[in-house]
Ligand binder design. Structure first.
Ligand code: 9L3
Ligand code: MG
Length: 135
């Protein structure tokens, strides 16, 4: 059996808005919005991987919280998980993305309805809407 690798994504909610990042690659998802993050290195915990990825992609330091319930099989050996994250230092910048955007619940629903989210990330929309109603 092949070892399972993890891709981590950060659910950053503040002031009832969620931070979304617009991908520029690969072509199939160019222009679509995602929770920022990336692949954990071998032996790296999901929490450390997310702190590293958000430092690289957004230039921020985060505290990592709980995982969202849904996880998504990207391939047989690659699983995508989302962890709640809280910015402790820095202001997010689109270092590796086309753009960043803070969306409220209505904007998230609209992006989802118009097919503007990265397909894998759509599994999290119901849970994200609950979080957006809370903080
Ligand atoms: N991926 C999907 N949704 C996300 C993230 C962060 C990543 N929210 C997918 C895209 C790639 C793979 O996981 O197929 C690795 O991500 P990256 O390193 O290209 O960001
Ligand atoms: Mg990434």
């Amino acid at each position: 059996m092949t070892a399972r690798r993890v891709v981590v994504a950060g659910a950053i909610v503040a002031d009832r808005r969620l931070l979304l990042a617009q991908r520029g690659y690969p072509a199939e998802v160019d222009g679509l919005w995602e929770l920022p993050g990336g692949k954990a290195e071998l032996g790296e915990s999901p929490e450390s991987a997310l702190r590293r990825e958000l430092r690289e992609e957004l230039g921020v330091e985060v505290r990592v919280g709980t995982a969202l319930r849904e996880s998504v099989a990207l391939r047989h050996d690659l699983v995508l998980v989302a962890l709640r994250a809280y910015i402790e230092d820095g202001s997010p910048r689109a270092v590796e993305h086309r753009a960043l955007r803070w969306v409220d619940a209505d904007e998230l629903r609209s992006l989802h309805a118009e097919g503007s989210l990265v397909p894998a990330d759509t599994a999290w929309v119901p849970e994200l809407l609950v979080d957006l109603a809370r903080r």
